[in-house]
Design a protein around this ligand. Structure first.
Ligand code: FAD
Length: 386
């Protein structure tokens, strides 16, 4: 059993329920398993598999099955149990569960010593009045190559452009994969990007947009900044100019929306990861990942890196809280970089400092290393130093 500083185990092994088997949930699982191999851990998740979602745009090149790790495989590898269910998560419910030390739903009762909420943040909904609109959720069940091919076949040869909505990190990663997919398959439909801001990748320094937009020009992708998407009907997209309010239509065979994540289901936690309800921490209920906002100096960015660090920290603090010393560790992690891929050999990112911008193959290699580190964690090998 590995050594965890400030952890002097109590007498019994713990029963821990993790709600959500994404990045934060899996990081917590592997950490708990490392320091308390006989802990009884249950993962509650409506999916049948863990999804390596940071690779989702690559399903224009690889099958979706490459990104799915079935929960039965994780059950075997880490000796945990998976319960397939989607729980309704409200502050009052968490308070009730902590009082009862048990989660009850439909025909299940899951007693626990500690509960970790790691349910992520769902993608924002898009109004679907036609088959000509796709969103991130569609790519979680069908590979990008398949979805696009099906749609283009149904269009029987029409060459109207494909419209991508949202120039954030996810939209840009999909945009470039789609551009290269169309090139590889000699499909003539053009691509356009609709963005409500004045540039792409607004959450990053300007150099990101500069590099990315010049690559978009090379690939002949039309860019519509300061523009709102107002809907798609049949083969027409409705757009609105942000500044003038003027609405206009353009031919469009398909709109694919990447308009960000819903943030209304986030829980506030103290610096140790314990959920705060009515200004008081729930000592036995922790939260991690995109669904959490920690009141600390650490990063609350909705990134896989922060999700993994929060998941690991919450797991360590669960163990310490159960032990004799009860000395918990505050969350101080800051992301050490972020790379946005632009197809299979190009990328733009920052490393160490936000203004230290890395581009091209070097940035792509950094991204591959970060992804490989997470793949190792999934096999039980923890190479994260910080
Ligand atoms: C296409 C794409 C590319 C990305 N690329 C990067 C990247 O390169 N680098 C980076 O740092 N970040 C990236 N991100 C962001 C990163 O994936 C997220 O920040 C990370 O997945 C958050 O981890 P999480 O555990 O909080 O949530 P998730 O990984 O989303 O997992 C949440 C889990 O909870 C389950 N769940 C949800 N609701 C419930 C419920 N009510 N009851 C039970 N279970 C529930 C879900 O089924 C899911 O399995 C990317 C995101 C996307 C969409």
């Amino acid at each position: 059993m590995a050594f965890l500083p400030f952890y002097v185990p109590g007498h019994k092994s713990l029963e821990i329920v993790i709600v959500g088997g994404g990045y934060a949930g899996i990081a917590a699982l592997t950490t708990l398993q490392r320091y308390m191999p006989d802990a009884k851990i249950t993962i509650v998740d409506p999916r049948t598999h863990h999804l390596k979602i940071t690779h989702l745009q690559e399903t224009f090149r690889y099958p979706l099955s490459d990104l799915l790790v079935p929960f039965p495989q994780l059950e075997q590898r880490f000796g945990c149990r998976h319960v397939c269910a989607e729980l309704s998560l409200e502050e009052a419910t968490l308070q009730q569960w902590q009082n009862d030390k048990c989660i009850t739903f439909v025909d299940h009762a899951l007693p626990f010593d500690y509960l970790l909420i790691a349910s992520g943040a769902p993608a924002r909904d898009v109004i679907r009045n036609t088959d000509c609109i796709l969103s991130l959720n569609d790519f979680m069940v069908t590979a990008g190559s398949e979805l696009l091919s099906q749609h283009l076949v149904a269009e029987s040869g029409r060459k109207d452009p494909i419209s991508i909505i949202g120039g954030g990190a996810t939209g840009i990663q999909f945009l470039f994969e789609i551009a290269y997919f169309l090139q590889r398959h000699k499909i003539e439909n053009k691509l356009r990007l609709i963005e409500s801001g004045d540039r792409v990748l607004k959450q990053f320094p300007e150099g990101f947009a500069h590099y990315t937009q010049s690559r978009m020009t090379d690939l002949e992708i039309d860019f519509y900044p300061d523009t709102y998407f107002r809907g798609q009907q049949d083969n027409v997209i409705l757009l609105e100019e942000k500044n003038s309010g003027k609405r206009y239509e353009l031919p469009s065979s398909l709109s694919i929306s990447f308009s960000g994540k819903k943030i209304e289901k986030q829980f506030t936690a103290n610096a140790f990861g314990q959920v705060i309800v009515n200004h008081e921490p729930l000592t036995h209920v922790f939260v991690a990942g995109d669904c959490s906002i920690y009141q600390s100096f650490g990063s609350n960015a909705m990134t896989a890196q922060s999700a993994v660090r929060k998941g690991k920290l919450a797991a360590r603090n669960i163990l310490r809280h159960s032990g004799l010393l009860k000395i918990l560790e505050p969350y101080i992690h800051h992301d050490i970089g972020y790379v946005v891929s632009l197809g299979s050999t190009d990328a733009v990112g920052w490393l160490a400092l936000e203004n230290n911008i890395v581009t091209g193959i070097a940035a792509y290699v950094i991204k591959e290393i970060v992804e490989a580190q997470y793949d190792l964690l999934l096999t039980g090998i923890d190479t994260y130093l910080i």
